[in-house]
Design a protein around this ligand. Structure first.
Ligand SMILES: [Zn+2]
Length: 190
């Protein structure tokens, strides 16, 4: 699982340089169409309201508490609100402690379109709240970005109707769009 994500992140670097990743050419024609469609969409039709913004602000505040239970409640509430606004069914969010890691990096979050292999079922977002080495609680903004990243994978399937969810430049633009929309006044540097 961790190795798969490490490979995923390498692909990410290639995409961020603006070139088509090498794996693109190994995709089927149908998958290439999905990839290009993902890359072409830069934002979502999400209209934030006061309730949504306050749920996002509440999540930022509660991350520092270090309580997985409280963070999970806040992350779920924000996710539910965004899903409701986009008129897609909700997705479960689970918050765990120390990030799994190996020599190549640590796992911030993961999205299972059909539940974990050991327990197949409904889509699931898993987020980790503590760094692997120092076991510090992650920076609130980093945590929210990870949630938006994994939610972005979910929305690729249920909102955009994509057969697969790739780390395209468009995908990262949608992730940033969600961050800007939900945390409009937060500094960009964190
Ligand atoms: Zn991802």
């Amino acid at each position: 699982m961790i190795v798969a994500v490490a490979v995923e992140e390498k692909v990410t670097d290639e995409v961020k340089r603006g070139a088509l990743p090498s794996y693109f050419y190994r995709l089927s024609a149908r998958a290439q169409r999905v990839w290009l469609k993902s890359d072409a969409i830069e934002r979502l039709d999400l209209q934030p309201d006061a309730e949504m913004l306050s749920l996002a602000a509440a999540l930022v505040t509660v991350v520092s508490s270090g309580s997985a239970a409280r963070i999970a409640v806040a992350a779920q509430a924000l996710t539910d609100r965004v899903c409701r606004s986009l008129r897609v069914r909700p997705v479960k969010v689970e918050v765990r402690g120390v990030r799994p890691h190996n020599a190549r990096g640590e796992l911030h979050g993961i999205f299972y379109p059909r539940g974990p292999a050991m327990q197949p079922g409904l889509p699931l977002i898993v987020l980790w709240m503590r760094t692997a080495q120092r076991r510090d609680v992650v920076k609130p903004r980093t945590f929210v970005r990870t949630l938006m990243h994994e939610l972005g994978h979910y929305l690729d399937y249920v909102l955009l109707g994509l057969d697969d969810s790739y780390h395209t430049t468009g995908f990262f633009k949608r992730e940033s769009f969600l961050m800007r929309t939900l945390l409009p006044s937060a500094p960009r540097s964190q």
